[in-house]
Design a protein around this ligand. Structure first.
Ligand code: 5AD
Length: 345
């Protein structure tokens, strides 16, 4: 039997079989077959709903130095900012008015935002917006910090593993960071009852099919509730400035594969995908994604959250462009849902 058929029959496969599967990504027919199955599965669980998340990028200070990232601490050219508590709460207020029922607080690993400050912020949002979900995306923390944030009212946590291969991880990150710690964090988050998101970049420097196959094995074991997948895009102030960006087609293929592997997963059509292709986000939805995360940060700071070159943050990528996004999503046969959009346990 063909690997595509075998995978669709039972998506839990060996690394070797995933390598073979990924080898078919450029085969149009194979990609279409996977996408069709992925769409069918997402329809079974989520109908034609697309969940929205308001993304608040509240600080671009970061103590880490991930080699691919524009806001790594070693980039002295980055113009740094952090939002005040009032500004963050203002974003939530505006987001709520626009119909968002999930707020994603995303930032670099910024020591200014101590656990006490985070807890105070989470509590205020929790009290002010009882019908909203709070998602954190602020990197690696000790167990005790995750526990306190959860107790304060955080519901979900996004922490991409970036690559599940040790050697490849080491090529993308400085020695002070480790894949093992990332994995520990993801396990803690699940244990604490967060809806937990892992994820990886597609086409990051040095990435081989084998590495992506390991990402699929890792996801099949972790069974996260959310998976963020986006193409790598070079940033001019990193050592990967002259590397090629990841492939849109391969990203779409992997979105379909992950939908089939984890049928109920919350899967965003990412900003990176929308940045590389003008219709990337819609293509993502057509490949099996069911979440979009428009930018809710203050307009004055959007350009500064500069993870990679040409990152989009306006028009349909922006919270205030939700109406236009909604029309586009409807044209593609889906419907934006103003709901929390929790994982269906
Ligand atoms: N290209 C694509 N994605 C990137 N990220 C960081 N830098 C880049 C880049 N150059 C992604 C990482 C991180 C998320 C917030 O942004 O996967 O987890």
């Amino acid at each position: 039997m063909d690997i595509i058929e075998r995978f669709m029959e039972n998506p839990k496969r060996s690394k070797e079989e995933y390598v073979e599967l990924i080898g078919r990504a450029e085969d149009r027919q194979a990609a279409q077959t996977l996408a069709q199955r992925a769409l069918q599965i997402r329809r079974q669980h989520y109908g034609n709903k697309v969940y929205t998340r308001g993304l608040i990028e509240f600080t671009n200070y970061c103590k880490n130095n991930c080699y691919y990232c524009g806001i790594r601490c070693g980039n002295k050219k980055a113009r740094r900012y952090r939002l005040t508590e009032e500004e963050i709460l203002g974003c939530c207020q505006e987001g709520y008015r626009l119909g968002f029922r999930t707020f994603v607080l995303q930032g670099g690993e910024d020591p200014y935002f101590t656990d006490d400050r985070m807890v105070s912020l989470i509590r205020q949002i929790r009290t002010g917006y009882t019908d909203c979900a709070i998602t954190l995306s602020i990197g690696e923390k000790p167990y005790e910090s995750y526990r306190r944030f959860r107790e304060a009212g955080a519901d979900r946590y996004l922490l991409r593993h970036e690559t599940a291969n040790e050697i490849h991880y080491g090529r993308l990150h400085p020695p002070a960071m480790s894949l093992q710690n990332r994995k520990n964090c993801l396990n803690w988050l699940k244990e604490l009852g967060y809806q937990t998101g892992a994820g990886f970049m597609v086409g990051s420097p040095g990435q081989k099919r084998e590495h992506l196959a390991e990402d699929l094995v890792f996801l099949s074991e972790l069974k996260p509730h959310m998976v963020g997948i986006g193409p790598f895009i070079p940033h001019h102030h990193t050592k990967f400035a002259h590397e090629k960006p990841g492939s849109v087609e391969l990203t779409l293929f992997l979105l379909s594969a992950v939908r089939i592997l984890l049928p109920k997963v919350l899967l965003p059509a990412t900003t990176a995908l929308g940045t590389l292709a003008f219709d990337g986000r819609i293509k993502g939805l057509m490949a099996g994604a069911n979440v979009v995360m428009p930018n809710l940060s203050p307009v004055k700071n959007r350009k500064q959250y500069d993870l990679y070159d040409n990152k989009i943050a306006t028009d349909q990528e922006a919270a205030e462009g939700k109406e236009s996004l909604s029309r586009q999503v409807r044209q593609a046969g889906f419907c934006l849902a103003d709901e929390r959009g929790d994982f269906m346990f």
